[in-house]
Ligand binder design. Structure first.
Ligand code: IPE
Ligand code: IPE
Ligand code: MG
Length: 244
């Protein structure tokens, strides 16, 4: 019997920190703090399971519209995360990278992120991509703008633009598309996450809020994925014929 297929790339929309905090009668900031703790468990488990790429949606381009104190708290937590998880990432051989518009990040957060990217650059066991100040539409527009600039400069023939070239202009260039997309806290929406890349991702909606998400939940999502039938627009595989 062949082993169950493992997703190469798992992408997670870490939602529900605010609702978790409300359910515990705590301020939203405590929900974000608890959410940051859950990240460690999931990163460790993904690595243990042999996942190649784990992408975590930490802060969307639209999350800049939240109240300033909440944004400040999230940016400070990111600095704590980069400093606090550095040893774990080195011990586990995990490369850390961010995708998103880092020019909008406060200097301290940007510095912490870039330092961790540099330190973990050579780690090859797993890639941890953190989507930060990230929007799927924004990313697609930036790719289109870059291709249009090359075309108008005469260095690119528009007829040469294909899916491969377009994908190479996204911030996820070189990373396989997510096979499995998980969203916690029960909402059935993608909220501007990896719009191009999730074209054929299998989606798992988890009712737990992100701070309660743990190793066993990731295992369950991986099991669910293993039992999905992916078709990519083709036909369902033929059923084994009944014994005569
Ligand atoms: C996810 O939790 C974290 C971020 C979006 C930064 P939320 O803060 O969105 O929590 P809810 O959705 O309000 O419960
Ligand atoms: C998506 O969650 C962004 C992150 C998890 C970082 P949101 O809470 O921002 O999404 P909406 O507002 O419910 O669509
Ligand atoms: Mg939310």
């Amino acid at each position: 019997m062949s082993a169950s297929p493992l997703p190469r790339h798992i992408a997670i929309i870490m939602d529900g920190n605010g609702r978790w905090a409300a359910a515990h009668d705590l301020p939203r900031s405590e929900g974000h703090r608890a959410g940051a703790k859950a990240v460690r468990k999931v990163v460790t488990q993904a690595r243990l399971r042999g996942i190649e790429v784990l992408t975590l949606y930490a802060f969307s381009a639209q999350n800049w519209n939240r109240p300033a104190d909440e944004v400040d708290r999230l940016m400070a937590l990111l600095v704590e995360f980069c400093e606090g998880e550095r040893d774990l990432l080195m011990d586990e051989g995990i490369r850390f990278r961010t995708v998103g518009d880092r020019t909008r990040l406060p200097a301290e957060t940007r510095q912490a992120v870039e330092t961790l990217e540099e330190i973990t650059f050579k780690n090859g066991n797993m890639q941890l991509l953190v989507a930060l100040s990230y929007g799927g539409r924004e990313e697609i527009v930036a790719a289109a703008r870059s291709l249009a600039a090359q075309a108008s400069a005469g260095t690119l023939d528009p007829a040469a633009i294909d899916e491969t070239m377009f994908a190479a202009h996204l911030t996820t260039a070189g990373v396989p598309d997510p096979d499995l997309l998980v969203r916690t806290s029960g909402e059935f929406r993608v909220s501007n996450f990896l719009l191009w890349q999730i074209a054929y991702a299998e989606i798992v909606i988890e009712s737990k809020h992100w701070p309660d998400y743990a190793e066993a939940d990731l295992d369950r999502a991986i099991d669910t994925f293993a039992n999905r039938e992916r078709r990519f627009g083709g036909l369902a595989p033929a059923l084994p014929s009944a014994a005569p």
